[in-house]
Design a protein around this ligand. Structure first.
Ligand SMILES: Cc1cc2nc3c(=O)[nH]c(=O)nc-3n(C[C@H](O)[C@H](O)[C@H](O)COP(=O)(O)OP(=O)(O)OC[C@H]3O[C@@H](n4cnc5c(N)ncnc54)[C@H](O)[C@@H]3O)c2cc1C
Length: 399
């Protein structure tokens, strides 16, 4: 037997960072919300490295706290393919390392406290439109649910947007990623470390993220599929005495957001819409913030006559693009440019960047990287380090 539409006005699929924020915001705006999560426990399994900017957390209305915080970060060390590392130490803390499973559980708890009805072990298999204008979802091994609006926040690989008549991200462009939770490492500091080069992580990079005084989350994503060998080589070289306490695999999205994130009584948010920074694969802040916008729009749309709702859902699409679109476009170009560079060019760039470190520290923003990308690519001396073929990509940034 299906639940009546009146009882469940907004259906959110997926209790990740995007879905729980959407559900929370919809409930705060007076909607009845059903949050459906396929796994028995929210946040588990987690694929994420858990690096989130402090500014980004604050955009989500969240302060770091013991429930999920692991470490505060004050800069980064960049390892070029060859040569001396480049260190960027910030004057103030810039990021928090979070336990992503605990973070997702924290946000989902807030949603439940605001009145959201959470169903775990509920895997949505299909989006449906009914002839009476309502929408619904079919669920594996159980009754389906009907409602007024469906929010797809079911992450990378989702097919619901396609069923709702939208384009999906190019799921073939996912980069395979692998991470280890290392224990018994050398003393950890308060900086993340990033490793570049064709022998490390072709087409992307590897990372080491301190999670405790002697523990780190070390991983990489690459356009080549031998990620385990690449990661084992890195660990052997830098943390030979450590022990591997856990392994996580996951795919990093680098395809850029889809062109349209709404259709009739349906919106898509987070990784399912590829709302992700292509430079780093980071999507906690963009997905969470876009979730807030989607939840608010859905709550308003659910109170509005069906024939007028499209304007509100379309506005959600405009609003999230207004906030992140220009930066995402520049990050996409920068990623493609960066992924095409040889090790020799990367070595030259990292060497050349040293003289700009104070300016980078001043102007860089982890979530809105467009400004610093544009600034660097206006510097003739820096651009001269790039091969001539890269100049067209650079022009595209300024048009
Ligand atoms: C290796 C790796 C490292 C990363 N590191 C970072 C980082 O350091 N910082 C950062 O900002 N981002 C990082 N990201 C990206 C970040 O994890 C994602 O952008 C973010 O999780 C997107 O949130 P989401 O809610 O859209 O999707 P998800 O977090 O994937 O949540 C989707 C939820 O939907 C559920 N679900 C899926 N299908 C269904 C279904 N059919 N029915 C019901 N429920 C379903 C899933 O179980 C899941 O709970 C990383 C990604 C990877 C792969």
């Amino acid at each position: 037997m299906e639940v009546s539409p009146d009882e469940n006005r907004i259906i959110v699929v997926g209790a990740g960072v995007a879905g729980s924020h959407a559900a929370l915001e919809a409930a705060r705006n007076g909607a009845k919300v059903l949050l459906l999560e396929e796994h028995p426990q929210v946040g588990v399994p987690s694929h994420c490295s858990g690096v989130v900017s402090l500014k980004g957390l604050s955009m989500l209305g969240i302060e770091p706290q013991p429930a999920f915080s692991q470490r505060t970060i004050q800069g980064a060390v960049f390892h070029p393919p060859k040569g001396q590392p480049v260190e960027l130490r910030t004057k103030q803390p810039v990021a928090e390392i979070i336990n992503r499973a605990k973070f997702d559980q924290y946000v989902a708890k807030r949603a439940v406290a605001a009145g959201v009805e959470l169903h775990t072990k509920t895997r949505v298999s299909k989006f449906k439109r009914h002839s009476n204008g309502s929408v619904g979802v079919s669920v594996q091994d159980g009754p389906g649910f009907n409602g007024e609006i469906v929010i797809d926040a079911s992450g990378a690989g989702s097919r619901l947007a396609e069923q709702a008549g939208l384009q999906t991200p190019d799921w073939n462009q996912l980069l395979p990623g692998l991470q280890y939770e290392l224990a018994e490492t050398q003393k950890q500091g308060d900086q993340v470390e990033l490793f570049f080069g064709s022998h490390r992580a072709p087409g992307f990079f590897a990372w080491s993220i301190p999670t405790g005084d002697h523990s780190a989350r070390v991983g990489l994503a690459s356009r080549k599929s031998n990620v385990k060998k690449l990661l084992d080589d890195l660990v052997r070289e830098y943390w030979p005495k450590s022990t591997i306490e856990g392994t996580k695999s996951g795919s990093v999205l680098v395809s850029g957001p889809i062109d349209k994130c709404w259709s009739e009584n349906f919106v898509v948010v987070g990784d399912a819409a590829s709302q992700v920074k292509q430079t780093t694969g980071g999507g906690i802040v963009i997905g969470g913030y876009s979730g807030i916008l989607a939840g608010k729009a859905a709550a308003e749309a659910a109170k509005t006559p069906r024939e007028l709702r499209w304007k509100i859902l379309m506005q959600y699409d405009r609003d999230w693009r207004e906030k992140f679109g220009s930066d995402l476009r520049r990050m996409g170009i920068a990623h493609r440019l960066f992924a095409s560079l040889s090790d020799e060019t990367l070595n030259r760039l990292f060497e050349g960047v040293r003289e700009y470190l104070p300016e980078i520290e001043e102007a860089a923003d982890m979530d809105f990287q467009g400004e610093i990308i544009s600034r660097m690519l206006r510097k003739k001396k820096f651009v001269a380090l790039l091969p001539r073929v890269a100049v067209d990509s650079i022009r595209a940034i300024f048009t």
